[in-house]
Structures are given as C-alpha cells and as structure tokens.
Design a protein around this ligand. Sequence first.
Ligand code: SF4
Length: 194
Amino acid sequence: MSEHIPSQGTDLADLIVHLARLGQSCGHAEGATPLTAAQWTALRYFARANRFSRTPSAFSEFHATTRGTASQTVKSLVALGFLERKSHASDGRSTLIEVTAAGHAQLRRDPLRDLRNVLADLPDNARAALASTLTQAVADLANRRAAPVFGTCGDCNHLDSKAHYCHCTQSLLSLPEMQAICVDFQPARLRGQS
Ligand code: SF4
C-alpha cells in the first residue's frame, strides 16, 4: 500500500478536527445506548480522571465548556445510570462523580475504539512522534487561552517521583492514580515559568 503524504496545502487544524469528529461518530458503537459527543466525552473523562478531577467543574475545563453545560451533561448521564455521585469527604470535596458498572459496559462499546485501533497500528516511531507533537500543540494552545492542560503525574511539575507525592494536592498517590488525568496537572516543561 502506497503511503499518502498530505500536501503542503493541507490545513492541519481542519485535519485534526475532522479526525476527532470521525473518531467520535457513533456509526460503529453497536449495542451502545446512543449518546451525544459531549456525553461520550464526559463518560470517558470520568473513567480516566483522578480523585482531584472527578467534578463537573473540572470536566467543564477539560471539555472547554461552561459549568452549566457540563453540569447538564453530567446530570443526563446520572439519569441514564452511567454516572453516580459519591461522597468523598476525606478529600475535602463533598461529592465526586464515579462511573457505574453500566457506564463501564457502555465504554466497552465506545465508538472511539476504532480511532484507538488505527493509532495503535501506526509504527512505534510515528505514534511516539504524533503523541509528542500533539501534546506540545495542546500545551501551546492552552497557554494562549490561559486554559488548564490535563495530563498525568509522570509528566507533572508537582510530582515528587521518589515519594509518589503530589506537592499541589499534598497527597500520596497510588500507582493507578498516577496514570489518571488531572485538572491540577502542570507540564514539567513549564518548570520555573509559574
Ligand atoms: S502530581 Fe500533578 S498530575 Fe499528579 S495529582 Fe499532582 S497535580 Fe495532578
């Protein structure tokens, strides 16, 4: 199969938006309850976010939407039985959002899995270069818009990696938590800039 190289005239921003929309289109989510793109994004977010980030307001920042819209999305998923509110008073937050068993079953039919498979089939070096380039682009765009960047502990300025301790939340972190996305993430490359 011949390799197709995009021409110089290709608008990369258009291409990225098109890829995201195609990946989220629900044509291949057989057996799944129909959800809007925003509902799918919320469900994925709460399945991947750490305990400091499983709130509607953190989701509103992740999804670059208003708190009101984010709350409505969460409310609709609670009504469908895919999310639930749980008390986590020990974390200083009265309520966190958790994905239910039905929500996890829905996620196993996530239409985004086709895009994940396509990306997983890329050669290792191409996938690593793409990950690095997109991560940089996300950080640069978020910086321009004064928006938070979401990431995981391994790439975060707040982590004491020897102690598995977070200086921002002043918490010890478990290994699974260190792989979850976080609203308080600060890219290590910005060290010294804040
Ligand atoms: S180290 Fe960074 S990413 Fe991890 S919990 Fe702390 S702020 Fe969040």
